[in-house]
Design a protein around this ligand. Structure first.
Ligand code: HEC
Length: 149
């Protein structure tokens, strides 16, 4: 019985953690169609003028022009790979979860300064756009990896 009471909090916690991952907002089962194309995605990116606000470091994409500047760069080194779900949500529902920057520089009236593209992109364009965005990120290797060389 005593063992049970020690285990109970852990079991409860596990239950809560799994419950959060269920239901219609669960990311499980979310998959973009295969065949996302980086070149086509770049064309969509330029056509929709994403670069008017976002810098894409280390590429030939024209630099942002918006004032005041948006501090959110799309690409470069990240600690872990961004998920398709996060990128898709950022594009078609930008205010759902704001990127981690000072609110004053990325919001107006509590909402993202980024327009919502839900009515402006097809699922195919979104798939290509996400492939293009992924192609600009590199995942930083954990320190342990460097020590092995
Ligand atoms: C008017 C300026 C503006 C335009 C145009 C714009 N964005 Fe954004 N974007 C922002 C701002 C501000 C944020 C940060 C707030 C947020 O998370 O929505 C952001 C965030 C993002 C993020 C999250 C990045 C992160 O590191 O968390 C992605 C991805 C993104 N934008 C992609 C795009 C794409 C793709 C387009 C074109 C279809 C686009 N944006 C057009 C302003 C803009």
């Amino acid at each position: 019985m005593q063992r049970m009471s020690k285990l109970l909090p852990a079991v409860l916690l596990l239950g809560i953690a799994t419950a959060c991952n269920q239901g219609r907002h669960s990311p499980s089962g979310f998959r973009l169609p295969a065949g996302g194309n980086v070149e086509r995605g770049k064309a969509v990116f330029l056509e929709l003028q994403c670069h008017s606000c976002h810098e894409v470091p280390g590429t030939d994409v024209p630099r942002p022009t918006v004032q005041p500047p948006v501090p959110v760069r799309l690409g470069g080194e990240v600690a872990k790979e961004l998920t398709d779900g996060y990128l898709v949500t950022s594009i078609i529902n930008p205010s759902h979860k704001l990127a981690r920057f000072a609110k004053a520089s990325i919001t107006v009236g509590g909402k993202s300064r980024m327009p919502d593209y839900a009515d402006r992109v097809t699922a195919r364009q979104l798939t290509d756009l996400v492939s293009y965005l992924h192609s600009n990120y590199t995942v930083r290797r954990p320190m342990g990896d460097y020590l092995r060389y």
